[in-house]
Design a protein around this ligand. Structure first.
Ligand SMILES: Nc1nc2c(c(=O)[nH]1)N[C@H]1C(S)=C(S)[C@@H](COP(=O)(O)OP(=O)(O)OC[C@H]3O[C@@H](n4cnc5c(N)ncnc54)[C@H](O)[C@@H]3O)O[C@H]1N2
Ligand code: MOO
Length: 399
């Protein structure tokens, strides 16, 4: 499958399988996606609210001071010739004609206040920000802290959201070490420690109740049963390794044993071409997903960006945004009929290829912002515009 087609297929499969909406308390909604439009449950503000500390007055001055209204209280209507002291945020008494700022009011010896109000009203009218029923954000909007605040001030206690995907990671390979120095045929597992952070940045939560103890042994029975156990807790299982047809590559037979159906089976891209995305049936009728990432560490992350990122956007009910573009700093040869993904650092719109980018390497990737995409049948020319697929780095977390 072509790389662009594979990304679209992953996104479409996610959209089709997205979970139904749930209602969550505001404090738990951050980072999720609105499942229905957010509407104002009341006028905002809900009552006329003073914007300054001062005196609300009615009729011509000087005014005798009839009391005060603090924020949170309901005032009596104002009679002509009187003033009440108001605090910022206090409900303005009915009949108020102007508010004289505290620093611009004079207390006369007889106790009355005098002064001139400013031409503009010093209170907010009900509905100035929103009227009851206004749509404040459409379905599909990512929930941010500011949106949570907006929902709170217009009367919501909970929000309808698409729940977060629960994701689990399984690494395959008897050669993998989880501690100490590599050597004598053994390598350190570079994906088990890395994938959870990327998945979290893509909006997935760890699958509660499932924590593998380490690499899964290279046997079909071990890998099929590890997958089955993970799928009992997770909407998405990312596996690493075993995607090819080596003597101990069991991912495809394990998927077959679980009744898996391929959404994507190998992609015309380098690195990462043996990547797989499969749907596995589940008792509730909503499919679960297995993303088979190749074992070569950089290839695995290329597959994560190519398949897992669009899948998770689909599962969250979000659209797939077009890839950003940048200018290539230097010439990058293509890979014939395959697309090529090249780790780059992107600075002020210029994509600079980094070094150490073999499929088995992480050194280049660890200093990059994402992958420049050299389309099939082309070379990337110095100065030419390219699309690039960002790594899910958070602002302020660039390497
Ligand atoms: N005959 C062919 N052999 C291979 C081809 C091919 O076209 N024909 N393609 C190569 C490509 S491309 C890739 S990518 C790999 C994919 O292989 P697998 O997904 O089956 O991965 P493994 O064989 O298990 O491992 C490959 C490589 O990566 C190391 N590895 C695995 N897991 C980890 C990990 N968690 N952390 C660090 N390193 C890991 C493993 O030791 C191997 O060196 O297949 C090629 N072969
Ligand atoms: O596709 Mo492999 O992932 O080139 O290294």
């Amino acid at each position: 499958m072509a790389w662009t087609e594979a990304r679209s297929a992953a996104h479409a499969a996610g959209l089709a399988a997205r979970p139904g909406p749930v209602s969550v308390p505001l404090a738990e909604a951050d980072g999720l996606t609105l499942a229905a439009a957010l509407t104002a449950r009341t006028d905002l503000p809900a009552f006329p609210a003073a914007t300054v500390d001062g005196y609300a007055v009615r009729g011509p001055g000087p005014w005798s001071v009839a009391g005060r209204v603090l924020a949170g209280a309901v005032p009596e209507p104002l009679r002509a010739g009187t003033a009440v002291q108001v605090a910022t945020g206090a409900m303005v008494p009915a009949g108020t004609e102007q508010i004289i700022r505290a620093e611009e009011a004079r207390r006369r010896p007889d106790g009355r206040v005098d002064g001139r109000g400013r031409p503009e009203r010093e209170w907010r009218e009900p509905g100035a920000e929103a009227t009851c029923g206004d749509e404040l954000a459409p379905a599909g909007t990512p929930v941010t802290p500011a949106l949570i605040g907006l929902a709170a001030v217009c009367g919501h206690d909970s929000l309808p959201v698409i729940p977060a995907v629960r994701a689990a990671v399984l690494v395959f390979g008897d050669e993998l070490l989880t501690a100490g120095l590599p050597g004598r045929g053994r390598v350190r597992d570079g994906l088990g420690p890395q994938l959870p952070g990327w998945l979290r940045r893509l909006g997935a939560l760890p699958a509660a109740g499932f924590a593998p103890l380490g690499p899964v042994p290279d046997s079909l029975t071990a890998q099929a049963s590890a997958l089955e156990a993970a799928l009992a807790h997770a909407d998405l299982v990312c596996t690493a390794g075993g995607t090819m047809r080596g003597p101990v590559d069991h991912l495809r037979p394990a998927l077959a044993a679980l009744g898996g159906r391929y959404v994507v089976d190998r992609v015309a891209v380098r690195p990462g071409f043996p990547m797989v995305l499969a749907e596995v049936p589940a008792p509730d009728g909503r499919p679960r997903f297995v993303a088979g990432l190749p074992g070569n560490p950089q290839s695995a992350i290329a597959a994560l960006v190519s398949l897992v990122a669009p899948l998770l956007r689909g599962l969250a009910g979000r659209p797939e945004p077009p890839l950003p573009t940048a200018r290539l700093a230097e010439r990058v040869p293509g890979r014939g009929t395959f697309a090529r993904l090249v780790p780059v650092r992107v600075e002020r719109g210029v994509a600079e290829p980094v070094g150490h980018t073999g499929a088995a390497m992480l050194r280049g990737l660890a200093g990059s912002d994402g992958f420049a995409v050299i389309p099939p049948g082309t070379d990337g020319e110095a100065g030419a515009g390219v699309r690039w697929a960002p790594l899910p780095l958070l602002p302020g977390q660039r390497p």
